[in-house]
Design a protein around this ligand. Structure first.
Ligand code: G3H
Ligand code: 13P
Ligand code: NA
Ligand code: ZN
Length: 328
């Protein structure tokens, strides 16, 4: 059944677990996630970015999610719009049937320029008013995702602020977070703690200096009832990246967010964990391997199936690690 983000995260908070929120663009990704969730009995968050809506088109995206709900009637599914750039984008998603939207007012509508605090409060509050009138949840974001190693946003996938950022923007301030939640009444709050989008997050295994889980704790202590969201939370598993390289690809040396650090965040109020890159890397590695190893095949379904199997393995591992297994 379709369910709001708020309902899912309230349950997660009550029972002390976190939910991975996987980005989806096509049928294979959605089937991979649903298969994993069904295998371990976990609630589901499927999220579509602006890029996903451009790729698949809004009707396809919507009908794919509805098909997933029809195929797995016993699983609660939240259909979430990721990184809305404006109230207009969020309203269109509400009309389209999403049960949750993210108003990302940490950046201006170009999604590259850091926005003022006043702009963020104003646009987010506007979306909350409209969304709540429709029973739809809202995620807000305070602070800009970006690397504390370089002072830059993770830019290689075209997401996030451009150039060097004011360092104070890279870490969400607990007092400001409390004020933001009070003024906007968001259901969930995405925070900046040193993670960034894409595959290239850290140049070495992250220490507490560049991945500030301590900041999660400080924010949670300040506002214990708000559901916290970690973006840029792919772990970029070395074996999957290596598989891409073993079969002719070229992924640079890189480190993601270790699963055990996410689990530590979940102990301190993180309830939604955004993951896109891990499914890209796993599916890509599996497809490269399949194409090299089975050169006689020309049935694309076998290729897509290999991708799906790889993604299911990642999803299942995250559901289990985050404590979401058995919670549907
Ligand atoms: O917000 C970032 C997600 O990884 C979505 O990326 O816009 O390329 O679909 P995308
Ligand atoms: P990753 O690039 O780490 O998978 O993050 C995805 C994300 O935050 C989507 O909003
Ligand atoms: Na989101
Ligand atoms: Zn994100």
């Amino acid at each position: 059944a379709l369910i709001s983000l708020r309902q899912l995260l309230d349950h997660a908070a009550e029972h002390g677990y976190g939910l991975p929120a996987f980005n989806v663009n096509n049928m294979e990704q959605i089937k991979a996630i649903m298969e994993a969730a069904a295998a371990v009995d976990a609630p589901v968050i499927l999220q579509g970015s602006a890029g996903a809506r451009t790729y698949a088109g809004e009707p396809f995206l919507r009908h794919l999610v509805l098909a997933a709900i029809e195929m797995y009637p016993h699983l609660p599914v939240c259909m979430h719009q990721d990184h809305g750039a404006s109230p207009a984008v969020c309203i269109r998603s509400i009309q389209s049937g999403f049960s949750s939207v993210m108003m990302d007012g940490s950046l201006l509508e170009d999604m590259k320029t850091p926005a003022s605090y006043a702009y963020n409060v104003e646009t987010t509050r506007k979306v909350v008013e409209m969304a709540h009138a429709c029973g739809v949840s809202v995620e807000g974001e305070l602070g800009c995702l970006g690397s504390l190693e370089t002072g830059r946003a993770g830019k290689e996938d075209g997401h996030g602020a451009e150039g060097e950022l004011d360092p104070s923007l890279l870490l969400t301030d607990p007092d400001e977070a409390a004020d933001f939640v009070r003024q906007t009444q968001v259901d969930a709050l995405a925070i900046a703690i040193g993670t960034s989008h894409g595959a290239y997050k850290f140049t070495r295994k992250p220490t507490g200096q560049v991945l500030r889980i301590d900041r999660v704790k400080a924010i949670h202590q300040r506002i214990p009832t708000i559901h916290l969201v970690m973006h840029g939370s792919s772990s970029v598993p070395e074996d999957w990246a290596q598989m891409i390289n073993d079969y002719g690809g070229d992924i640079g040396q890189t480190y993601g967010v270790p699963v055990e650090e996410i689990v530590e965040g979940i102990r301190h109020g993180v309830r939604k964990v955004n993951i896109d890159t891990d499914l890209r890397i796993a599916s890509y590695g599996a497809m490269r391997k399949f194409m090299v190893e089975d050169r006689k095949n020309f049935d694309p379904r076998k290729l897509y199936k290999a991708a799906q199997t790889a993604m299911t393995a990642i999803c299942r591992a995250r559901y289990e690690a985050f404590g979401a297994a058995g919670q549907a």
